[in-house]
Ligand binder design. Sequence first.
Ligand SMILES: [Zn+2]
Length: 460
Amino acid sequence: MTAIVKRLFAVAVAICTTAPAHADGAAAPPPLTAFVHVNVVTMDDPQVLRDRTVLVKDGTIAAIGAALPVPAGAAVVDGGGSAYLSPGLADMHTHSTTKRDMAVYLANGVTTVLNMGDATPEFVGQVRPAIERGRLPGPRVVVAWRVDGSQRYGNVMVTSADEARALVRLAQTNGYAFIKVYNDLSKEAFDAFIDEGRLRHVPVVGHGVTSVGILKQLAAGQVLVAHTEEFLYTGFTQPPAAYPNQAPAVAEIPAMVRTVRATGVYVTADLNTYATIARQWGKPDVLTDMLAAPSTRYVSPDRRLDWRGEDYVRRHGSLDARLAFLGRFTKALADGGVPLVVGTDAPSIPGIAPGFSMHDDLDRLVAAGLTRRQALTAATRTPGEFVSKYVPGAQPAGVLRVGYRADMILSTGNPLDDLATLRKPLGVMAAGRWHARPELDALLDTVAKQYESVCGNTAH
Ligand SMILES: [Zn+2]
């Protein structure tokens, strides 16, 4: 592989440094950039566009063509005819709330994240705008406010329709795009969230709510299911015997897929998350291995401590039958035309590191029988469609097309031939800001060193 990737402008690499500021305190706008001699995987066209020029202006894809003239003053990134440009990835289920996690995401080619709970006002009000202004490296951040009918999972509790309506207004004021509903919500509150959310354009996403049931939630207008396993709990007929060892009947899958498809809802394909829970279920040694895994260096010491406290390793029985069922269900959803988005639940599940787990989920989807194009679509095009559809004012993203956000990964190989090429990109562009491999490595190193300085090498 001989792709030559040149960067003609310098960048600050330390995570704590900010981009050069203008006199008014605003960060510099994204520069004009020309990718030349790149093969473009648009995720819009069935074929690869060979040896193209892609021009990026003001954070947006301005032109894609063969041998376009390079505008004066443009930074040039040369793919050497052999490198591939494909859309940045989206993790549509995270609990990451720090600027360091955002840098780790970016270094893994992730250019959109949907925070599904735990977002702090600092994260929403300071970190997110700093990324948007180019003052911190990171992906586009979309945030859901998680609500429940009890405090047993540590959520904000909502007990009445009035409170639900007020919370939707508060969510909107504070820049949350979605309400994430949780297990214990009352039907009255759920209905109010749907109704007020529709009025205010703050749609409902989330779990199955026990008092309502996932299929009724979808019929009412919930737009995203946070995990495929929600269908196990309140969708499929419960297996006759004990949790967790038994799975529902495979014969129920086709009808479920048709029902879900008819609602138009999006479903989070989080197979690797469930597989990771299944792997450590009742097995303390597995957690020890996870804490020593290379990607754990990029998980905050705080989260590693939480991982140690999780009780999956002390559970009894096995999730393997349910995991196998969810693999078949996910493949059936993909083949049945249900829009799937990749989500990881990072970093709240032990073993799930931000960014790195994105690639693990893609691999797991392919292992479950999805084509590489189906898996990559769930990480690029479909999340892009979802955000455009439900987040007012969001710039379109997720495919490489003129007018779309310039969120892209430059890789040595074609990801549709081998998804592993996305694990170590030659560079990542987020909203028109280019981060070449040396900068991505420096971002990762800085995060790891900061964590080591807090807890030493024995943190795992
Ligand atoms: Zn979650």
